[in-house]
Ligand binder design. Structure first.
Ligand SMILES: [Zn+2]
Length: 317
C-alpha cells in the first residue's frame, strides 16, 4: 500500500481552476501503521498560477518548490516508477489523488485511477463517531503520535497518515475505502464550485465557526489596503450575510459572505469585499434590519495554535 499526500496552491483569485501541486510525498508500507519500506518526495516548480493562495504561502517547504522544484512532468514520471503498478492507496481526505490526476491531465499525461483508496480522515471520524473535519495534526495528537516532523510537508503528512491508519479498526477503514473513477476525477474538486471574484473558505463544522472565521471577516480597503475584521454580520435569510468595517481615510468597506452546506453537513463560505456604492449600502441597511450575528472576540488562542502547526493547504483551510 502507498500513502499519498500533496501540498498545492489552490490558486484562489486565479483564472485557471486547478489545484497546482507543489510537493508530492508518499510512503510505501506493508500495512497501515506498519514499517515504511520506501519514501517518495518530489518538489514541483509551479507554472500555472502567478500568485500563491494564503494556504500555500505559509507552507514550510515552499522555498524548495519555488527555488529547486522540478517540472511536474518529471516528478510525475518518477512517481509512476515509484508506485510500480500498486493498486492500493490511502490518503488523508479524498482530494489528493483526484488533484494528482487533474494535474496529470492538465499536462496531457495519463492519470492513474487506483482500484482502491482509503480515506483515513473519514475512517478516523467513523471510528470516533464524529464529523468528517478532523485535521491531521489533531488526529496525530489524539493517537499520541509524537509530532517529530513539521506538518504540511507532504512526505511528513504521508508518514503521519500511515501511522494514524494503524490505530483505526478494520471496519472503519473498510467503510472508507473506495475505487477512484475517471468521473470522480473529472467532476469538480468540490460540490461547490469556485465563483469568479469570490474566495471560497471551508469546510467549517458549524455556522458559528464560519461566521467567526478571521478570513471570512477580513475586509481590505480597496484604496489603501488597510485590513479590518467585521465585528457583526447582518442577514435576512440566514444565507447571505453582510458586514461593514470603516477605513478611517476612505469610509465604509462592505464584506459579503454567502453560506452553504455540502452533502456531509459541513459549511462553506463564498466571501467578497464590496465597494460602498449606494446599491451596496442599501443592501447593508436592509440586512441590518434582519438578524445580527456578533462575532466572538477570542482571537489569541486560535492564532497561537495556527503558529504551532502551520496552516493546511486549500482543501482544509
Ligand atoms: Zn482606506
Amino acid at each position: 500500500m502507498i500513502v499519498l499526500d500533496l501540498e498545492f496552491n489552490s490558486g484562489l483569485y486565479e483564472p485557471e481552476n486547478l489545484d497546482e501541486i507543489l510537493q508530492v510525498g508518499a510512503v510505501r508500507v506493508d500495512r497501515l501503521g506498519g514499517a515504511v519500506r520506501e519514501t517518495f518526495n518530489g518538489y514541483i516548480k509551479p507554472r500555472v498560477h502567478k500568485r500563491l493562495s494564503p494556504g500555500a504561502r505559509v507552507l514550510p517547504e515552499l522555498a524548495e518548490s519555488l527555488e529547486r522544484g522540478r517540472p511536474f512532468e518529471e516528478v510525475y514520471r518518477a512517481w509512476l516508477t515509484f508506485i510500480a503498478g500498486e493498486t492500493e492507496f490511502a490518503e488523508w481526505g479524498r482530494d489528493d489523488f483526484k488533484i494528482l490526476c487533474r494535474n496529470a491531465l492538465h499536462y496531457g499525461l495519463e492519470p492513474v485511477f487506483p482500484e482502491k483508496y482509503t480515506d483515513i480522515q473519514s475512517a478516523f471520524s467513523r471510528a470516533l463517531g464524529g464529523v468528517n473535519t478532523a485535521q491531521l495534526y489533531q488526529a496525530a495528537e489524539y493517537c499520541r503520535v509524537p509530532d517529530t516532523f513539521v506538518f504540511h510537508n507532504a512526505l511528513h503528512d504521508a508518514l503521519y497518515t500511515g501511522l494514524i491508519g494503524g490505530f483505526l479498526p478494520e471496519e472503519a477503514l473498510a467503510e472508507s475505502t473506495f475505487p477512484l473513477t475517471r468521473e470522480d476525477v473529472l467532476s469538480q474538486p468540490h460540490p461547490l464550485r469556485k465563483r469568479k471574484g469570490t474566495v471560497r473558505m471551508g469546510p467549517f463544522l458549524t455556522r458559528e465557526l464560519a461566521l467567526n472565521n478571521m478570513g471570512c471577516r477580513r475586509a481590505v480597503c480597496p484604496e489603501c489596503r488597510r485590513t479590518e475584521h467585521v465585528a457583526n454580520w447582518h442577514t435576512r435569510d440566514g444565507a447571505t450575510y453582510l458586514g461593514a468595517v470603516d477605513c478611517p481615510d476612505h469610509g465604509p468597506v462592505i464584506r459579503r459572505l454567502k453560506l452553504m452546506s455540502d452533502s456531509t453537513g459541513a459549511f462553506w463560505t463564498y466571501n467578497e469585499t464590496l465597494p460602498a456604492t449606494d446599491k451596496n449600502l442599501r443592501a447593508l441597511a436592509k440586512a441590518s434590519a434582519g438578524e445580527t450575528f456578533a462575532c466572538s472576540r477570542r482571537k489569541g488562542s486560535r492564532a497561537r495554535r495556527r503558529n504551532r502547526h502551520g496552516k493546511r493547504k486549500g482543501k482544509n483551510t
